[in-house]
Design a binder for this molecule. Structure first.
Ligand code: BTN
Length: 249
């Protein structure tokens, strides 16, 4: 059970709690199709049974252990070409909160949240566009908090990292505060977001193996504000959009 948030200006002021659902992103989408909800509405469940991840993956979360929610935003001030700015602001909001616990949290391009080499949080943003601009965004966030065991070895949680257990309502309140601050920064023009994103980038400027129609070694030297990643290889500079390249290991 979650209660409406009291510590924010608009994020989570309206909170829709579902005991169980397939996917909060799907629920948020259905709600938007039926009614007008305030900007910052959070749709949250403690039992997500068919969570969706990026690239058609699933997102698994043990009942009552983690945060699984979708935040409804209307970033009408962004052009369609600026969509990645929202990804940056959400990744930064999550890491702002996590970095209070440990310094090793990073953002794996485009917007996975890592602790060392393990994933602690995933973000699935579904945007609805109107003409050349952004209309509505459903920002789906899965953040592993109290879960101890995972079916995939690369996953971790805040409890596995710190050895503590956490109250989920309190976690949501604190996290929402950071998400709101970063969103306000974006609404105010987004100055500093790109620099902060780069300063937290996972494996930035380190030589690693990548895959894109074959394996290659390279170094991430930049992520452009539009989300394009630039990887320096022995054969020259290569640039990729989301889904065109994968980290290996
Ligand atoms: C990913 O890393 O692949 C993204 C995972 C996103 C999971 C969250 S959990 C809440 C929201 N509802 C969903 O169905 N997915 C997102």
């Amino acid at each position: 059970m979650y209660k409406n948030l009291a510590n924010t200006l608009f994020v989570g002021k309206n909170l829709i709690f579902l005991t169980s659902c397939h996917s909060t992103n799907q629920e948020a989408y259905d709600i938007l199709g039926k009614s007008t909800v305030p900007d910052g509405t959070i749709v949250i469940t403690e039992d997500q049974t068919a969570g969706r991840g990026q690239m058609g993956n699933t997102w698994e979360s043990e009942r009552g252990k983690n945060l699984t929610f979708s935040l409804i935003l209307r970033p009408k001030f962004l052009k369609a070409s600026q969509q990645f700015m929202l990804n940056m602001s959400v990744s930064l909001g999550i890491t702002d909160w996590l970095l209070r616990f440990r310094p090793e949290f990073t953002i794996k391009w485009p917007n996975d949240i890592y602790f060392l080499d393990r994933k602690v949080s995933g973000i699935l943003i579904q945007n609805q566009l109107k003409k050349q601009g952004m209309d509505t965004s459903i920002v789906g966030i899965g953040l592993n908090i109290n879960q101890q065991e995972f079916s995939i070895p690369q996953a971790t949680s805040l409890t596995a990292i710190t050895g503590e257990t956490f109250g989920l309502q309190n976690c949501l309140e604190e996290l929402a505060g950071y998400l709101e601050q970063r969103y306000l920064q974006l609404r105010g023009g987004g100055s500093g977001l790109h620099e902060d994103y780069m300063s937290r980038l996972y494996r930035f400027n380190e030589e690693h193996l990548f895959e894109s129609e074959g394996y290659f070694r390279g170094r991430i030297i930049a992520v452009k504000p539009d989300g394009t990643i630039l990887i320096k290889t022995a054969g020259g500079l290569r640039s990729f959009q989301f889904k065109e390249v994968a980290y290996v290991i």
